[in-house]
Design a protein around this ligand. Structure first.
Ligand code: FES
Length: 103
């Protein structure tokens, strides 16, 4: 059953940036866009197992550091190949300066 997990503080992520969050053997990417919206996706690229936390956030997209696939942070959809499988995304809410993710 899904539960809300405290992932980080809102200020732990710079604007247009991403951090890695590991929990119970799973890894996630927590992303802050240019308008201070927060998103959570799977932490590994769907093309190869590369951490997206090393990638580049531009507005509400994230670019994989290895082969430059671009994903929509909100929907997880692939915008640019070579990745062809979308990322899973997870609900995010802010509470008292904390970023909570539903996993
Ligand atoms: S590993 Fe991400 S695009 Fe290849």
């Amino acid at each position: 059953m899904a539960q809300w997990i405290d992932a980080c503080g809102v200020d732990d992520i710079e604007e247009e940036d991403v951090i890695r969050f590991d929990h119970n053997g799973r890894t996630f990417a927590i992303i802050r866009d240019h308008e201070n919206n927060y998103y959570c996706t799977d932490g590994l690229c769907t093309h190869e197992d590369v951490h997206l936390s090393d990638g580049l956030v531009v507005e509400a997209t994230i670019e994989c550091p290895k082969h430059s696939s671009i994903f929509d942070c909100k929907t997880g959809e692939v915008e640019t190949p070579p990745a062809c499988e979308n990322l899973h995304t997870y609900a995010v809410k802010l509470d008292g300066g904390r970023v909570l993710i539903e996993i």
